[in-house]
Write a new protein. Structure first.
Length: 293
């Protein structure tokens, strides 16, 4: 939290023995990751994007709701590492923090879900941008059922290509999200406010109830419910526009499991300790290799 322009911590750096990890939260797994990291001796600063996210991250040593706050702490070198656990489609702010981390010599890692295994079907239409998803939706007939959440919702609602089309959105039941939908002109009948992930059977019932002609979703990985949405749509012979992850040319390390992340953090910690040791004793003679003397 900010108090009089200063960051107030509720942990003791000397007791924990290391700097904070900055965890950029955005998926269900990212919030669960906080306690896992703490159990392994790390102190966590959680960057969230909403009041609800802050509640989910309340056990973190520090909770930030502003990208500006996070960047300020990065520039002050308050973090040992940055872990980006946001959805791959939400990346611009995270990329900015990645650049800030690089400029301040702070290691950065992506914690990402595996991609969803896709069945062979002409009804599945993979795309690699929101603009391409809109063009594909415009080329199809019927009601458009968006299961992409509130992110980039305005691109669909305001697109001239989709003018006059009925668009149904499924979003989290949060006040500011519902207000965003209403401000964009969506009618109550076209706002489905509920929190997933949902079973195949439940998705199928919803798609039928709203007479979906097209389903648009992001690849949120097996744990994000994408597979169940696709199965439900295919059972009803509804085309699925699947927004895939864009190619990441940044060469940043990416891990897919908690074990991989903990291993990456341990290796970075050992590297820092080794570098610190060499700096404190630059004239120390290196240990001879086994059998060299």
């Amino acid at each position: 939290m900010l108090s009089g322009g200063e960051i107030v911590y509720n942990y003791e750096p000397d007791r924990r023995g290391d700097k904070l990890l900055l965890l950029i939260c955005g998926t269900g797994e990212s919030f669960a990751l906080i306690s896992v990291l703490q159990q392994h001796g790390y102190a966590v600063a959680a960057l969230t994007r909403s009041g609800y996210g802050s509640q989910l991250a309340s056990q973190a040593e520090l909770v930030l709701e502003s990208w500006t706050e996070a960047q300020k702490l990065l520039e002050q070198k308050q973090f040992a590492a940055v872990i980006d656990a946001t959805h791959p489609s939400n990346g611009e702010h995270a990329r900015q923090l990645a650049r800030a981390a690089a400029e301040n010599n702070i290691v950065f890692c992506r914690y990402q879900r595996q991609e969803t295994p896709l069945p062979e079907s002409p009804l599945i239409l993979p795309v690699y941008s929101w603009e391409e998803a809109i063009r594909q939706a415009a080329a199809k007939s019927g009601n458009i059922f968006l299961t992409t959440g509130s992110h980039n919702l305005e691109m669909f609602i305001k697109s001239p290509l989709l003018k006059g089309r009925r668009i149904i959105v499924r979003v989290l039941p949060q006040h500011h999200i519902i207000k965003k939908c209403q401000d964009l002109g969506l009618l109550p009948r076209d706002i489905v406010a509920m929190q997933g992930p949902f079973s195949t059977r439940f998705n199928q019932a919803i798609f039928q109830a709203y007479r979906a002609g097209i389903v648009v979703t992001r690849d949120s990985g097996p744990t994000g419910g994408t597979e169940n949405k696709i199965k439900a749509a295919l059972a009803l012979q509804i085309p699925v526009i699947l927004i895939k992850r864009t190619t990441d040319n940044s060469r940043q390390p990416t891990v897919y499991t908690q074990a991989e992340l903990l291993d990456w953090l341990a290796r970075r910690k050992n590297e820092r300790a080794t570098a610190k040791h060499h700096r404190s004793d630059p004239g120390r003679r290196p240990e001879p290799a086994h059998g060299a003397e």
